[in-house]
Design a binder for this molecule. Sequence first.
Ligand code: NAD
Length: 282
Amino acid sequence: MNAQILDGKRLAAEVRAQTREKAAAFTGRTGTAPGLATVLVGDDPASHVYVASKRKMAAAAGIADFHHHLPGPAPEREIAAVLDDLAADPRVSGILLQLPLPAGKDSASLIERIPAGKDVDGLTTTSAGLLSRAAPGLRPCTPSGVIALLDAAGIDLPGKHVAVVGRSQLVGAPLAQMLLHRNATVTVAHSRTADLAAVTREADIVVAAAGREGLITAKHVREGAVVVDVGIHRTPDGLAGDVQFDEVAARASWITPVPGGVGPMTIAMLLANTLQAAAGLG
Ligand code: NAD
């Protein structure tokens, strides 16, 4: 392997430690801890694991925990009422509605009930609008984590060609905008892209966020490129990403592992967003 590792586990620990310091200062100044509300609907095992992990890390950073677990069949108006209460609760700095919701629930309209200032996942239309204007606001956590990893490694963005593979509202689309605001030249590839390898081979930096295990192979990456793998797939051999790690690492200059790359950064950025929201900078 030639590539250096973009170590998300280590950077996430640093971000969490900084957040803990800021949380302590906030609590000292205001007499109240910053608060994160997590709302979980139903019993999806992966969502349970994610929410438990977010709550544990938040508590370790000195952030107060407001957790609501609703049964899967809970009607939308009940979920809406919980979100409205949290929106009005001054102890709650940030609100996270864990996705995906059980089938048949209108997550888009429920997300819109979260006020932009408490939208620590950065998923409301208002947050997306602020991002599109490069105005201050809360940004989605995974794209923020990707950019923090590149910054920490000293990988310059201005003028670089970045290929973002995936255009979801959660990852690909906001990441492309954030990279544009950092003066990268951005190409967004997606499931209808005719020749993915032709696009990604042109790029200095490839971010894989397609949700397709092992999609990015050596032929997709030019020698010396930086490769960031957002994908998470549970396999019999453990977690895997969208990138064929071994063969791509042989060509890349930097690469994120899965696990230990983007994943830990997502939670760290959620905690950082909660502090930003608490400070009224949302
Ligand atoms: P999604 O399914 O909403 O979006 C996938 C995107 O990839 C779509 O825009 C689609 O057009 C594109 N795509 C699909 N197949 C493609 C192909 N063959 N070639 C090119 N583009 C293709 O998924 P998402 O929510 O954006 O998540 C993507 C992946 O990232 C998933 O594996 C998910 O588990 C993972 N994820 C990880 C984190 C983290 O913290 N590391 C956070 C969120 C999502």
